[in-house]
Design a protein around this ligand. Structure first.
Ligand code: ZN
Length: 285
């Protein structure tokens, strides 16, 4: 039997591995792939209700524990922390903290990711889209560093101290099905929802993140079992979610209609025209 292939996700916070791409990760892990998560921060700037803090010295401790729980549920091989600090949403004071991920030079973050890529040797890497999903500065920082690290890892001139060059074969950005989201935003505005201040912390401007459109090159059809596994991981992140996948309301509707697939744009190798992949490892040697 061939050695198992490796999938690497880079993200910014505990819960980015679950809420965006959790079912994809679960599906590949269940199929025998080694799946790793590089997490930029410990999510220390998220808001947490006091009842979740019992037994934890800090938000970072709590969210590290929640990610450990989610990683076990999803079947991840390991979680690697980069050790930066959550920058909070755009405009917050936390953006300027000396250890904030969003304030770190992109070359420095990329260098850390190169070291891990050369060690884990993933054939395929997934990261955020260029606008960080909904504009979170940490997601954008991880996106930029990962794009830089993808090519630097394969360049023997760069960082020889981290061992021989290793070039991953494919790089994907997780993207939302924008056409549908645009329709949803219009519908929500019609029903009087404030689409500029959505989410638990009222910090998600839904209107802004449906503006750009990224092409979808790969659609992963999620098995029922992968969705159930993802939902177990969502429960692990109890301090950030209301527990489980949304069933009711507009988000429940989005989930029912579109929750059975994850969409990706392929950044590397670049795509000319249309592409309809069904597997992130399609064509991988
Ligand atoms: Zn995040």
């Amino acid at each position: 039997m061939n050695a198992p292939k490796t999938l690497l996700l880079t993200g910014a916070h505990p819960d980015d591995e679950t809420l965006g791409v959790g079912a994809t990760l679960a599906q590949y892990a269940a199929a025998g792939y080694k799946v790793y998560y590089i997490c930029g921060t410990r999510g220390e700037v998220g808001e947490v209700a006091p009842e979740f803090m019992q037994g934890y010295a800090s938000i970072a401790d709590l969210r590290t524990y929640e990610l450990k729980c989610a990683a076990e549920a999803l079947g991840l091989a390991d979680v690697i922390y980069l050790g930066y600090r959550d920058s909070g949403m755009a405009g917050m004071e936390d953006n300027k903290h000396p250890n904030a991920l969003a304030a770190a030079p992109v070359e420095e973050v990329a260098r850390r990711i190169v070291e891990i890529i050369r060690r884990l040797k993933p054939e395929v890497i997934i990261t955020s889209d260029p606008i960080g999903g909904y504009g979170h500065p940490d997601h954008i920082a991880i996106h930029r560093a990962t794009v830089m690290a993808f090519s630097a890892a394969g360049d023997p001139q760069k960082y020889p101290e981290y061992g021989p060059a290793f070039q991953p074969q494919k790089l994907y950005f997780h993207v939302f099905p924008f056409r549908f989201l645009k329709f949803m935003v219009k519908a929500m505005q019609f029903f009087g929802r404030d689409v500029h201040h959505m989410g638990r912390n009222k910090d998600i401007d839904l209107a802004s993140f449906v503006e750009p459109e990224f092409p979808v090159h790969c659609v992963i059809r999620l098995k029922k079992k992968s969705l159930e596994t993802r939902n177990r991981a969502v429960v692990c992140h109890a301090s950030q979610t209301s527990g489980g996948a949304p069933r009711r309301g507009l988000f429940g509707m989005i989930n029912r209609l579109f929750g059975h697939r994850d969409c990706y744009m392929r950044a590397e190798p670049p795509v000319k025209g249309r592409l309809h992949e069904r597997d992130l490892f399609e064509g991988v040697k």
